[in-house]
Each structure stands twice: as C-alpha cells, then as structure tokens.
Design a protein. Structure first.
Length: 94
C-alpha cells in the first residue's frame, strides 16, 4: 500500500532544500528515486514542508536513512517532524 509522508523541517529554508536535492542528484521535474511516486515542497511560516508519496514504507525508510537524513544534516537542517498516512487513492497525469 502506498504511503504519504509529511515532513516539516523547523527553520528550514528553500536554499537548504536545494542543497539536499543537488546532493541527491535530483532535478526539478525529473525522475524520482525508485519507489517514489510524488514529491512537493513549500516554504511555511515555520520552515519547510515536504510531502512525498512512496510505493511502500520500507522504500521510503531506506531512502530516508541513506539520503534524506545524511544530506539534510549536511545542509544544516534539523531532523523533520514527520507523519505517515496510508494512501487510499491517487491519480497521475498521463
């Protein structure tokens, strides 16, 4: 079952986010990592909000451990406050 992960990074900036994405080798509008279905980010009054949809929790957890955590720390981001939700339904553009 797909999962949606909401990550709030208190005090985070879009510049820090861009550093993390660059370290991951990802490009806006480009391909997603294996298992990732959807991703968006926005600046909030409190920092950054990142929302991902992944095919499975295990795929997200592995990616978070290998890339999100280390690269976020390198960019000076505090660990996120995260919530996970099971996805009931989703649509994609064709």
């Amino acid at each position: 079952m797909a999962v949606a992960i909401i990550m709030d990074f208190p005090g985070g900036t879009l510049e820090q986010y861009d550093q993390v994405i660059e370290k991951m080798g990802l490009e806006p509008g480009g391909d997603t990592p294996d298992g990732a279905m959807f991703h968006w980010v926005t600046q909030t009054p409190d920092g950054l909000r990142v929302v991902d949809v992944w095919e499975t929790q295990d795929q997200f957890d592995r990616f978070a451990e290998e890339q999100i955590g280390p690269y976020s720390q390198e960019a000076g981001l505090e660990p996120p406050q995260s919530t996970v939700h099971d996805v009931h339904n989703h649509f994609i553009a064709s």
